[in-house]
Design a protein around this ligand. Structure first.
Ligand SMILES: [Zn+2]
Length: 240
């Protein structure tokens, strides 16, 4: 019976933040019991060493808290997958309103952190009705167009960047580059200007695959892309 524990109420003031704390602790019958109490803002841990009569014999304050439950940006990105991220980039490019269909709270929080970092939080809406794209990283239902150029950007970003921040910056840079190219192509369509794909690719610094992508996005928006692009670049509507 010597090691049987029973609850004892202890009341004390945290030496670090001054908060008055009341806690129930199970004290060992012999020797010191170690108790850690996570509290306060910013969060810190107060470690107490309490003897068998409930007297605090010593303490330690730990302010360096690492929460494993919070995914880092890059880890989150690899967790939801390249295709899911490509769909997000597509939403950014086409400026479609996105509704995150994510029930896991932790994952949803990571999603909001990501769109914030990508500078696309303005396209996120809070109901499926207001959205033209429901983002679900599990079902991966994307648009009916080929996103391989975006998957490539995501893969390169994951390889090249060392931190989550660096990864976000890489993606952001590419969103801007593709948006500029899309805008220029749109202008040419509006002016009914013939586009020489090779020249255009060099001019706006995109790849052939990326030209097909932005052309598809514009076509989806109702622009007559086929009228200005050379036949070899016309979009075959069945490709996915
Ligand atoms: Zn405290």
């Amino acid at each position: 019976m010597a090691n049987e524990k029973e609850s004892t109420m202890i009341r004390f003031r945290c030496p670090a933040c001054g908060e008055e704390i009341t806690a129930m602790v199970k004290l060992k019958k012999k020797g010191l019991t170690t108790v850690s109490i996570l509290h306060g803002e910013p969060k810190h841990v107060l470690v107490l060493y309490i003897d068998n009569r409930g007297v605090i014999r010593g303490y330690e304050v730990i302010s360096e808290i690492i929460e494993i439950g919070t995914p880092f940006l890059k880890e989150f990105a690899s967790a939801i997958g390249e295709k899911a991220l490509a769909i997000l980039l597509y939403a950014a490019l086409s400026e479609k309103k996105v509704f995150p269909d994510i029930s896991d709270k932790e994952l949803l929080r990571a999603f909001y952190a990501l769109v914030q970092e990508l500078g696309i939080s303005n396209i996120v809406v809070n109901s499926a009705e207001k959205a033209s794209l429901v983002f679900n990283p599990t079902t991966l239902k994307g648009p009916e167009i080929n996103l391989s150029a975006l998957v490539k950007i995501v893969k390169e970003g994951l390889e090249k960047s060392k931190s989550g921040k660096g990864f976000a910056i890489y993606l952001r840079m590419n969103i801007v580059r593709l948006k500029e190219a899309l805008f220029k192509l749109k202008q040419k369509i509006e002016k009914n200007e013939q586009v020489d794909p090779r020249k255009f690719i060099n001019e706006v610094k995109i790849t052939r695959e990326e030209l097909l992508l932005i052309a598809s996005v514009l076509k989806e928006k109702g622009y007559s892309v086929d009228r200005v692009l050379l036949p070899e670049f016309r979009i075959i509507s069945v490709f996915k």
